[in-house]
Design a protein around this ligand. Structure first.
Ligand SMILES: Nc1nc2c(c(CN[C@H]3C=C[C@H](O)[C@@H]3O)cn2[C@@H]2O[C@H](COP(=O)(O)O)[C@@H](O)[C@H]2O)c(=O)[nH]1
Length: 341
């Protein structure tokens, strides 16, 4: 049986058949114009991954690559029932929520001498130890702790068996191809298989596999083993924040019925029609924004030092969503509880 449609083709197919989610051409252009003003700035450059985020590793060595691997293996489902009542992690004097609470917990464990980024450790780490490592400073634990424990054991064992315990060996097997690395990850690590059905077709988003490739490219600063010749083939990462910010910016629109459902906080199951439409249209929307932005840069005759790709647009929009949390209060994010994003 041949594999699912790749993410970009999946997104195009979904956008062409979507009922409750649509892309707004005028909104796409306005977002591209917003980003044009940022072209060349640190927020839209590869170096921003380290420069703008103090929890990300500074180094570009094997340990840093293995830090990225364990972070992206657990990079899912941080949203809480009530926004004001959520998991928080304090680290070196600052308090972090959401995805950053995971990174803070990883760095806190390393500071405590717990080798959480070593496969030989997390392949057999116990549930109680994982509860301790990911502990919250509030009475709200990080969601899906049992799943995180199961995935750590499963992933650690595979990394030991197939890649001598280091994700850098998996990166080297990709021979500097982002696509090959993405496929190596989904073929070998079951928790990364973000695949579902839409209108009778098998489709894929591979959100965590794609962000793993992107973060590997970023932590290696696009050099050496991280110099992926096809890095621009990686799409944005279909999570629950990007749709929210794209709706806020007017590039994506929900039907009345869907908006009402989301405002009530109703859950959407992974793989349900509306959840797939939200993720697929968001992905396709960012592809259109990138095309429009590259056109505007071309027209302006501006040569940006680095090629703008969907990864850098995604990072920018995700950080934008973080920085504009209050402005976005009226726009609901979709609530799906799963291990894929
Ligand atoms: N599309 C997209 N989704 C991303 C990220 C990241 C972290 N990447 C940062 C790290 C280094 C780089 O500099 C990036 O800035 C996490 N997520 C997803 O968001 C959700 C968590 O959201 P909240 O509850 O607000 O923390 C959850 O689904 C998580 O999987 C991204 O970049 N793009």
């Amino acid at each position: 049986m041949d594999g699912p449609l790749p993410p970009r083709e999946s997104a195009k197919f979904i956008a062409e058949n979507s009922r409750d989610v649509s892309i707004d051409g005028g909104g796409v252009r306005r977002v591209a114009e917003l980003l044009l003003a940022k072209a060349g700035s640190p927020e839209l450059r590869l170096g921003g991954w380290k420069a703008l985020h103090e929890l990300n590793p500074r180094a570009a060595d094997e340990a840093a690559v293995n830090w990225v691997f364990v972070a992206d293996t657990l990079n899912f489902s941080f949203w809480s029932e009530h926004e004001e009542h959520k998991c928080l992690v304090g680290h070196r004097g600052k308090t972090y929520s959401g995805y950053w609470s995971l990174c803070a917990a990883i760095n806190r464990a390393l500071d405590e001498g717990i080798p959480i980024t070593s496969a030989s450790y997390y392949a057999t780490v116990s549930l109680d130890q994982v509860r301790h490592i990911l502990r919250s400073d509030t009475d709200v634990p990080m969601p899906l702790i049992e799943e995180r424990h199961r995935i750590l054991n499963e992933t650690g064992k595979i990394l030991l068996e197939k890649f001598e315990g280091s994700f850098l060996n998996c990166v080297r097997k990709s021979e500097k191809s982002a696509q090959k690395l993405m496929h190596l990850v989904v073929e070998n690590f079951p928790s990364y298989r973000d695949v579902t059905e839409f209108e009778g077709k098998r489709i894929s988003f591979y959100k965590r596999a794609q962000i793993l490739v992107a973060d590997t490219w970023s932590v290696l600063e696009g050099e050496g083993d991280g110099c992926f010749k096809d890095i621009s083939s990686i799409t944005m990462f279909a999570d629950y924040r990007l749709p929210q910010v794209l709706v806020h910016l007017g590039a994506l629109k929900y039907s009345e019925e869907l908006l009402e459902k989301l405002l009530k906080g109703e859950m959407l199951s992974y793989g349900s029609r509306q959840e797939v439409e939200i993720r697929g249209c968001s992905l396709w929307c960012v592809e259109l924004i990138r095309d429009c932005l590259l056109e505007l840069i071309e027209k302006k005759g501006e040569k940006t030092s680095e090629e703008i790709n969907s990864i850098l647009l995604d990072y920018y929009l995700w950080d934008y969503a973080r920085d504009h949390r209050d402005d976005m209060k009226g726009i609901p994010f979709h609530r799906t509880r799963c291990i894929y994003y």
